[in-house]
Design a protein around this ligand. Structure first.
Ligand code: SAH
Length: 226
């Protein structure tokens, strides 16, 4: 509780200056972003930077996304609270914690067992019980819990993995960064009356999606910075 309060003002300022100012208006989402303790999802030496306007390194060359990016992608899913959601790329678990308060159940898949374990512990310590953390190749989706009314990919894909389209429910929404090491575009996919619609939104910069339908090491080399 004490540590929560210590960062409360920083969290309020983050929402005001980084998120509301960039025209995210959903009161439910803003209130969730004011509550979820982002500092608990970053390595302890970086705690004091947790509410700054950018991504942070979480180890193994991976990052926790910028607060605004988490808010913007969540907003695009247009969640009403009833959804079963799939997230690809658990990373720190922060995005999953935000989704947990916006939807019914979250399945999140991470390819690095170590990151997955760290995220699982933080989520459990916070008493978040509707997030199911899985280790695996998220480009295959997570068929055991499909269909999903919303799917969020938090790493850059060469193109949308087919299994994710298959596991998206009718009227579902899917958000994914598509592109390579020089930049990507955020895309919103929708399924309606059995048809698929794609919208290209704005440029973004994510770490690579690996795995069967992701980038191979010889196509996108990663610098591991601890
Ligand atoms: N959503 C995260 C940010 C994740 S960064 C957060 O809130 O902190 C992207 C993550 O995707 C990294 O942790 C990376 O290891 C993971 N990843 C990359 N390829 C993957 C794949 N094929 N399946 C699952 N996770 C993958």
């Amino acid at each position: 509780m004490e540590s929560k309060d210590r960062y409360r003002e920083a969290r309020n300022a983050m929402v005001r200056n980084q998120i509301e100012r960039r025209r995210i208006r959903d009161p439910r989402l803003l209130s969730v972003m004011r509550r979820v303790p982002r500092h608990l999802f970053v390595p302890s030496p970086l705690r004091d930077h947790a509410y700054e306007d950018g991504p942070l390194a979480i180890g193994l060359g991976q990052t926790i996304s910028q607060p605004y990016m988490v808010a913007a992608m969540t907003d695009l899913l247009a969640l009403n609270g009833s959804e079963n959601v799939l997230e690809i790329g658990t990373g720190s678990g922060y995005q999953a914690a935000v989704l947990a308060e916006m939807a019914r159940s979250i399945h999140t898949v991470e390819i690095h067992p170590h990151l997955s374990e760290v995220a699982r512990v933080v989520l459990a310590d916070l008493g978040i019980s509707n997030v199911h953390v899985h280790v695996g190749d998220g480009t295959l989706g997570w068929p055991q819990a499909a269909p999903y009314q919303a799917i969020l990919v938090t790493a850059a894909a060469p193109e949308i993995p087919d299994p994710l389209i298959d596991q998206l429910d009718e009227d579902g929404r899917l958000v994914i960064p598509v592109g390579g090491p020089n930049g990507q575009d955020l895309e919103l996919w929708r399924k309606s009356s059995g048809r698929i619609y794609r919208e290209t939104l704005f440029p973004v910069a994510f770490v690579p999606l690996r795995g069967r339908f992701g980038w191979q090491n010889n196509e996108w080399e990663e610098k591991i910075e601890g």
